[in-house]
Design a protein around this ligand. Structure first.
Ligand SMILES: NC(=O)c1ccc[n+]([C@@H]2O[C@H](COP(=O)([O-])OP(=O)(O)OC[C@H]3O[C@@H](n4cnc5c(N)ncnc54)[C@H](OP(=O)(O)O)[C@@H]3O)[C@@H](O)[C@H]2O)c1
Length: 326
């Protein structure tokens, strides 16, 4: 599978002005293009001062307001509880934010990823369609200072931090990862160390009843010759989240930890990839993820049948498995 940027497809799999595509082919909303602020309606829960039309600046890989700027501008000053979705420009991250917004309209959504302008559009779309408060915060998870700034902005916000969803990710072809150590390390930095950095910095701020959720992958369940560089980053994330859940439980801290394990999902990451089967729409994965988080489940395979597929794959004896060339 080839990693590519998603310039040709918007995060939700549809372009501004188009009806969004959903797995069942039905349009369930309208993407509202608000880069110029013209088409956004004020919502009852809208953040103080729309991000739309705010001056954008170049920051690292992103153009858009940073978390610190959002705090300074007053956009994080309301007392609403925040749900932070990192990787919110991805189809899965965006769909998770959208599903949460549908179910928890009194929450504030802090949407983070590198592409600030795309985030601004997604935040505006949530404000208009779901009537929630949504703030865009440009963030590169591999940049410690940017993660610190997000953590400080959230800690200074009067609203409590309800939850953190880690949906950022990077995947390059296995052959590329074997040729180019930088590509392999980049996967580790985005998928694992970036996630650890965020959890370490944000966890102290998460209040009772809150949650941490990591979008891991079935690829982390067993190393396969065709995808072990990426799979190992997800295995590390899964192990970290399992351990974190155990620690918080044993300390009787009321913060749940959920590991979401999607199978193949129809997103920019897998677009055009070969050898995929049972490919799920991101909205279905998001629905399962949000249900599992709200039920405080430890692990959610999504769609559900991946639990049994992976159980079968993990049960294959090593001597046989190694010869299969999977
Ligand atoms: N698609 C699948 O089949 C599948 C299966 C299992 C698990 N997953 C996981 O699901 C999650 C969402 O992936 P997707 O398939 O929707 O892929 P995607 O469209 O490629 O999304 C990747 C997301 O990660 C963000 N990101 C990448 N590098 C970043 C960085 N340095 N700092 C901050 N954000 C960064 C991207 O945002 P910016 O580019 O704006 O920074 C984007 O929001 C990932 O964790 C992925 O590993 C996907």
């Amino acid at each position: 599978m080839t990693q590519r940027t998603v310039e040709t497809r918007s995060a939700g799999g549809f372009e501004p002005g188009e009806e969004p595509r959903h797995g069942n082919g039905e349009a369930q909303g309208v993407y509202v293009a608000v880069a110029d602020g013209a088409s956004e309606q004020a919502s009852p829960n809208a953040a103080v001062g729309s991000t739309v039309g705010a001056p954008l600046r170049e920051s690292g890989a992103a153009a858009g307001a940073t978390a610190a700027e959002a705090l300074r501008d007053g956009r994080l000053r309301s007392e609403l509880a925040s749900i932070v979705v990192v990787g919110a420009t991805s189809s899965i991250g965006r769909a998770i934010a959208d599903r949460f917004a549908e179910l928890e309209p009194r929450a504030r959504f802090v949407l983070a990823a590198r592409r600030g302008e795309e985030l601004e559009r997604i935040a505006a779309d949530l404000r208009v369609r779901r009537g929630v408060d949504a703030v865009a915060a440009a963030l590169d998870v591999t940049d410690g200072e940017q993660v610190d700034a997000l953590a400080e902005a959230l800690a200074s916000s009067p609203g409590r931090l309800r939850g953190l969803v880690l949906a950022q990710g990077f995947m390059t072809e296995q052959a590329e990862a074997e040729r180019d150590a930088d590509a392999a390390v980049r996967m580790i930095e985005v998928n694992y160390t970036g996630a650890v950095r965020l959890m370490t910095k944000l966890l102290p701020t998460i209040k009772d009843g809150g949650f941490v959720a990591g979008v891991s992958s079935v690829a982390g369940d067993r190393g396969r010759g065709s995808n072990f560089a990426y799979g190992s980053t997800k295995a590390a994330l899964t192990t970290y989240l399992h351990g974190l859940r155990g620690k918080l439980t044993s300390e009787k801290r009321d913060v749940s930890v959920t590991i979401v394990k999607p199978g193949f999902t129809d997103t920019a990451m897998t677009y055009g990839g070969e050898g995929m089967f049972l490919v799920a729409p991101p909205e279905a994965v998001a629905g399962d993820a949000v249900r599992a988080i709200r039920k405080k489940r430890a692990v959610a395979y999504t769609p559900w049948f991946w639990r049994w597929i992976m159980a079968a794959i993990c049960a294959i004896p090593r001597a046989v498995f190694d010869r299969l060339g999977l």
